[in-house]
Design a protein around this ligand. Sequence first.
Ligand code: GDP
Length: 287
Amino acid sequence: MAIQWFPGHMNKARNEIKEIMPQMDVIIEVLDARIPYSSENPMVTALRGDKPVIKIMNKADLADPKLTQAWKDYFEQQSGVKAIDFGNDKAGEVHRINELCKKLVPHKVGADKQIKAMIMGIPNVGKSTLINTLAGRIVAKTGNEPAVTKAQQRIKLDDGIMLYDTPGMLWPKVENENSGYRLGATGAIRDTAIDYEEVASYTAEYLLHAYPELLKSRYKIDELPESDWEFVEMAGKKRGCIRGGNQIDTYKMSEILINELRDGIIGRITMETPAMREEEEQMVAEL
Ligand code: GDP
């Protein structure tokens, strides 16, 4: 699947972040808990130097809790990294993020001091929603249409933290084809840029081996087929996705599968594990 990101946008964002980075005390990196690897932006690691980073495993309400924990443990092995799971259902616990900021940069805590925190995340990861939750008021525009460029802004939080929204737009992983599919499946990549049937068959293949019981129960299939495409056809038949004559409408079933995955209707699903990350990073390095 081809994903095109304009080099001009990338360079502009990189330069702006490079310029502002030295002033920052801590980075708040927002990840999608369903794809903690593919929703990372390579620039965060490249530009943060040794600044502490809080990895927010966002949308954890949609992700597999066991894997969210595995990812948190994995990330925290890296020095200067703390990970927190967060989601719509945890808005009441947002102060944990402020507290962690203060813990990571204790020398910036005090009456006349201020912590400068930069929040970074790929489009549609829930960054604006999180900014509004942190601020306790609407300061950022949210919406489920990815790739809206927003101007940089500073938001003063309670307890001595100044939050800097990333200037420009951060692109997701582009070198890894698997990441492209997972970004498409979870909705991080614009619908016009994805091929539903390709993404659905990738998704079905993963779910058949990682979450067979969830598939069986959602699509009322007692015995799952071996191949992803057979699954799409079988589920399509069950759902009455029929077109012309008596053909199974696999496009319609692909849309259903992806939309139900995105909405968390199939169950709490995470599409990658730390082991998959290690393996794929190795593959990318060897290219
Ligand atoms: P941004 O592009 O990163 O600023 O993302 P937004 O904050 O606009 O959110 C993108 C979409 O994800 C919106 O439809 C939000 O309602 C949804 N969203 C954001 N945070 C969460 C979350 O924690 N859980 C779930 N289920 N959806 C979320």
